[in-house]
Design a protein around this ligand. Structure first.
Ligand SMILES: Cc1cc2nc3c(=O)[nH]c(=O)nc-3n(C[C@H](O)[C@H](O)[C@H](O)COP(=O)(O)OP(=O)(O)OC[C@H]3O[C@@H](n4cnc5c(N)ncnc54)[C@H](O)[C@@H]3O)c2cc1C
Length: 424
């Protein structure tokens, strides 16, 4: 059934098209409202298009199902590797020279299709590969980066502990004790003994290597260790009954006298300051992931608003629904503008902790508003997986919290404004 709104503009009457048809044809349907993607090179644009097509084919149709079953999309690892999703920022593993803005759009696209899949990729390629890329020696990079880019080795990143999330820099309790042992051939070798526990560690139940952050009992500084799996004394137990990012398999980890050779200690990590370099890089990408969550919800709500009729009209014709759609697109557009600059600053080598902290706090707060409005547009159907918004609505909560909560990122910005750290 074709509906009109009774609008009688002469030009429109001449065109013979209804208000709804004109609305459908208008370019406001494109979420890249200010054509930000024009900044990508043609090679980057082609790659984003190929990734989007893969996601539409292989991820979108199954995302709700995996979410319900609380399973990671492990079967897609070869496809992701072929598309160059792993290690795209590193010269030794990238498929072509690319910008941080390109990688950011890729993060947005994956999250737009499925935030759990984006987190799975983010943990492996962002956190674990960056830990080795930033903190590893030439030999460690040589050993791990290629196999990780090809998806032959999957990584996890173990920082958070049951008692320490926001205060890991100060509070980290997991210990690393260095010792020298007889090598059985008349010489000696150095090794480390790790003890403690970790919580929320993504991919850890099936990862081939888990980067564990622990405090050196000799100098009290945080060091990083590549723990090869399986390892004696290491257990990872899947966290069940999550209600957000269910497609990410998170684990509680126990380290009970886990022995790691000195050659598997990340050679260039000397304190938590070095860990912060990794978090700065990934935090900016999580801001883009948040935009993808908002876009996914917005697109589903927009389609629904045009289909769903109440009072004899599509609900998209009601001013209050249009306000929610307009505010959602404004939030998305403002977040993209902010995050574009942060990504450009990364390429320019001038991105600081407070820049990515502001992007993460801002984009996740705007995302949370968008998923709320989009859920509301769907009425009762908004709480059911089948209608396309509920998953984004639930997933937004974890994205708001991990890689530094909204509060902590805001306080990092506050520290840069005032020179006073409110969180020590
Ligand atoms: C789905 C998911 C995946 C994750 N994946 C990983 C992973 O792969 N690896 C990993 O290491 N970690 C991971 N995390 C952990 C994540 O980084 C932490 O949850 C996050 O840092 C917050 O820590 P917390 O949950 O312990 O909360 P807490 O630190 O206990 O914070 C609780 C509340 O107190 C507030 N708060 C704390 N301190 C202050 C302060 N000084 N001022 C004001 N407010 C404050 C916080 O903002 C928050 O609202 C993951 C978490 C989730 C949910």
């Amino acid at each position: 059934m074709t509906l009109t709104t009774g609008h009688t503009d002469a030009a429109q009457a001449g065109s013979g098209r209804t208000d709804l048809q004109q609305f459908e044809e208008a370019d406001v349907l494109d979420v890249d409202f200010y054509s930000f993607q024009q900044q990508l090179t043609s090679e980057e644009q082609r790659s984003v298009a190929a990734i989007r097509a893969f996601l539409d084919r292989e991820v979108r149709p199954y995302a709700d199902d995996l979410w319900e079953k609380a399973q990671s999309p492990r079967h897609l690892i070869p496809g992701f590797a072929e598309l160059g999703l792993f290690g795209a920022s590193w010269p030794e593993t990238r498929q072509f020279e690319n910008s941080a803005v390109y990688r950011a759009w890729v993060a947005l696209e994956i999250s737009r299709a499925d935030p759990s899949t984006a987190t799975f990729v983010g943990v492996h390629s962002g956190l674990a590969m960056n830990a080795i890329g930033v903190g590893g020696s030439a030999e460690q990079r040589e050993e791990w980066m290629g196999p990780m880019a090809r998806g032959e080795v999957i990584g996890a990143f173990g920082l958070t502990e049951p008692g320490h999330g926001s205060d890991t820099a100060k509070g980290l309790e997991t210990t690393a004790t260095r010792r020298t042992v007889d090598d059985g051939a008349g010489g000696s070798r150095d090794e480390w003994v790790l003890n403690g526990s970790k919580r929320w560690i993504g991919n850890a139940v099936f990862a081939d290597i888990v980067v564990i952050w622990a405090r050196d009992t000799a100098d009290d500084q945080v060091k990083g260790f590549i723990v090869r799996q399986p390892a004696v004394g290491f257990t990872a137990t899947k966290i069940e009954r999550k209600q957000s990012l269910r497609g990410v398999e998170n684990a509680d980890i126990v380290l009970d006298d886990v022995v790691v050779p000195e050659s598997d200690r990340l050679a260039n990590i000397n304190s938590f300051r070095d860990v912060a370099i990794i978090l700065r890089l990934t935090r900016a990408e999580v801001a883009w992931q948040a935009i993808g969550v908002a876009v996914g919800a917005y697109e589903a709500a927009l389609a629904y608003a045009k289909e769903r009729h109440q009072f004899g009209k599509p609900i998209a014709s009601f001013q209050l629904v249009q306000e929610k759609l307009a505010n959602s697109l404004s939030n998305i557009t403002a977040s993209i503008a902010l995050c574009m600059r942060v990504s450009e600053m990364q390429d320019l080598g001038i991105q600081k902790d407070h820049h990515s902290a502001m992007a993460k706090a801002f984009a996740t707060a705007r995302m949370r508003e968008v998923v709320g409005w989009c859920r509301e547009i769907m009425g009762g159907n908004g709480i059911q997986l089948d209608h396309g918004v509920a998953r984004y609505f639930a997933d937004a909560e974890a994205v708001y919290t991990f890689e530094g909560t909204y509060d902590m990122n805001t306080l990092i910005v506050g520290r840069s404004i005032t020179g006073i750290a409110a969180f020590v």
